[in-house]
Design a protein around this ligand. Structure first.
Ligand SMILES: O=c1[nH]c(=O)c2[nH]c(=O)[nH]c2[nH]1
Length: 310
């Protein structure tokens, strides 16, 4: 997405912003319980600042340094604990309304998973440990008040040790992979889902709306990947499992309009120790694997509701 203009017979598209502004925010309850978030904020502004590129006139430029400062000021102004989506909406709304030349503000934030610790079975009032996943959001606000909000999950590593196979694919002179009905399935899910509301006035007012969506969607994705605790569910391919996961999310959450999933196939190779003279040194039985992270299969898809034209 970029703001464009024709200059000197050529098309110029541009945007500018500040990326990776890191901020931590503590909220303290009166009973001494603390809450903590860590956000990594990226801002992109579409604005009418073509003269900065063409003639060196910066008079319509919001300095990226100002954008960075604004992140800290707005974090300070949030006196109540808020979900990352609401912080992104506040920032994007600020940039698109406060600055005349700005037509659209795009804010991406990744929140780290600082979880409250338990000591001796009791929740700690001010102690946190870092989990591996990220809670992400992308918010786009236009000057007219039009709004797009997406939430997401990053770095969600999942693995199952059976109930996965891959067979029946194209076979030719370059193919070495055997058909299998028994393999490990490992991935690192990157998911994002778009909410159906499309203006600032229509944002749901329930205070826990975004927290609940995040935990709810994550649970549906994870449960669908693994299947029932005792039996699991058979995966004939990453593609099939990805589609089942996306379908389950849209089937369950009617306030979402689309879901995008990226699920690399992170290979765990069955170890095969053999030589010309000794074809089988040790016979492994789906029990010893070589973990790898490159190369990996790259599988991604997007599933959206088809809007009725009526
Ligand atoms: O689930 C899979 N999908 C593929 O497209 C693929 N390709 C491959 O080599 N292994 C797999 N596994």
């Amino acid at each position: 997405m970029a703001e464009g203009a024709v200059v000197e017979g050529l098309k110029l598209e541009q945007r500018h912003g500040k990326e990776r502004v890191r901020v931590g925010r503590v909220w303290r309850d009166v009973d001494g319980t603390h809450h903590f978030v860590e956000w990594n904020v990226s801002i992109g502004l579409l604005s009418d600042c073509i003269p900065a590129y063409v003639t060196g006139d910066n008079s319509n430029i919001v300095a990226t340094d100002t954008m960075k400062n604004t992140v800290y000021v707005k974090a300070k102004e949030c006196s109540e604990r808020i979900p990352v989506e609401v912080f992104a909406i506040k920032l994007a709304n600020h940039f698109s309304t406060f600055y005349h030349p700005v037509t659209t503000a795009i804010v991406n934030i990744a929140e780290k998973q600082w979880e409250r610790v338990s000591v001796d079975g009791q929740s700690h009032k001010h102690g946190f440990k870092l989990g591996s996943e990220e809670h992400t959001t992308e918010v786009v606000v236009k000057k007219c008040g039009a709004l797009q909000v997406a939430s997401g999950i990053g770095k969600l590593k999942l693995l199952k040790t059976t109930q996965s196979g891959f067979e029946g694919f194209i076979r030719d002179k370059y193919t070495m992979l055997p058909d299998t009905q028994e393999r490990l399935l490992g991935t690192e899910v990157t998911a994002s889902w778009r909410y159906a509301f499309d203006s600032l006035e229509n944002i749901p007012v329930q205070p826990l709306y975004f927290f609940n969506s995040y935990t709810g969607v994550k649970k549906v994705l994870v449960d669908t990947f693994f299947g029932t605790p005792k039996m699991g569910v058979y995966s004939p391919s990453v593609q099939y499992t990805l589609y089942e996961m996306a379908k389950a999310v849209l089937g369950r959450f009617h306030d979402l309009s689309s879901v995008d999933l990226k699920m690399p196939n992170i290979h765990f190779l069955p170890v095969n120790l053999s030589s010309k003279d000794n074809p089988v040194i040790v016979k492994f039985e789906d029990d010893v694997y070589l973990p790898t992270d490159e190369p990996h299969g790259a599988i991604e898809a997007s599933l959206s509701r088809i809007r009725s034209k009526m």
